[in-house]
Design a protein around this ligand. Structure first.
Ligand code: BEZ
Length: 210
């Protein structure tokens, strides 16, 4: 069954390029990004995993652990990781699951048979520390994902959790945010000392907290 926002991310144990892991235990109190790619030794996937490795410090700053999935064997992963490090000028230290028996792919509905009967599409799940799924995206095999966008959504989710704010279209770090509808204007005036810009009673901006 498809995974929906707010669901508890299914737990599993898996063989990975960094040894066996138990997913929830691996995440601990961190946020998580679990993402699938169609196959090892393919060009778009090579750039995606390389980009993820290059963004290591960005994920770390946000307390996010990354975990990749493909249905290829561990021996393939190991050789391919060397290629990615060489060609993308980086060093992969996050685990890549060898999901040969498709346990993770099935749990997370990552195989879309009308796209490909055997390989996963580009699914991505953001999971928060209470193990709830907070973002799902699905891209086709021919389109590499935008990992800057993934970080942007994580920033938005973390701000929303901490300050009862939402973020407008195309928002970027440091720009004004929107006060949640659940907060009255009276409370918002106290909660957001940097000030409010009230465009409509339901559209109230404040400078990004912190
Ligand atoms: C790629 O990563 O380049 C790719 C993988 C599977 C199908 C198409 C492209």
């Amino acid at each position: 069954m498809a995974i929906r926002l707010g669901d508890i991310a299914p737990d599993f144990t898996a063989k990975t390029s960094n040894g066996n892991i138990s997913f929830h235990e691996y995440l601990g109190n961190s946020w998580g990004v679990l993402f699938s790619h169609p196959a090892d030794y393919t060009p778009v996937c090579t750039t995606e995993l390389g980009r993820t490795a290059q963004l290591k410090d960005e994920f770390k700053q946000r307390n996010v652990k990354v975990l990749a999935v493909s249905v290829d064997a561990l021996t393939h992963h190991k050789g391919w990781i060397e290629d990615i490090n060489e060609t993308q000028f980086t060093y992969i230290d996050f685990p890549i699951i060898a999901d040969e028996d498709r346990i993770v792919a099935t749990l997370y509905d990552m195989i879309h048979p009308n796209a490909s009967a055997t390989t996963t599409v580009r699914s991505l799940f953001v999971i928060c520390p209470d193990k709830k799924v907070r973002l799902t995206i699905t891209y086709p095999a021919s389109t590499g994902r935008n990992f800057t966008e993934v970080l942007r959504v994580i920033d938005s989710l973390q701000l929303a959790d901490k300050f009862s704010v939402a973020t407008p279209a195309d928002w970027k770090q440091g720009e004004n945010v929107i006060v949640s509808l659940a907060v009255s204007t009276e409370d918002a005036e106290k909660k957001f000392p940097k000030g409010l810009r009230i465009v409509k009673p339901y559209l109230r901006y404040t400078p990004q907290p912190e």
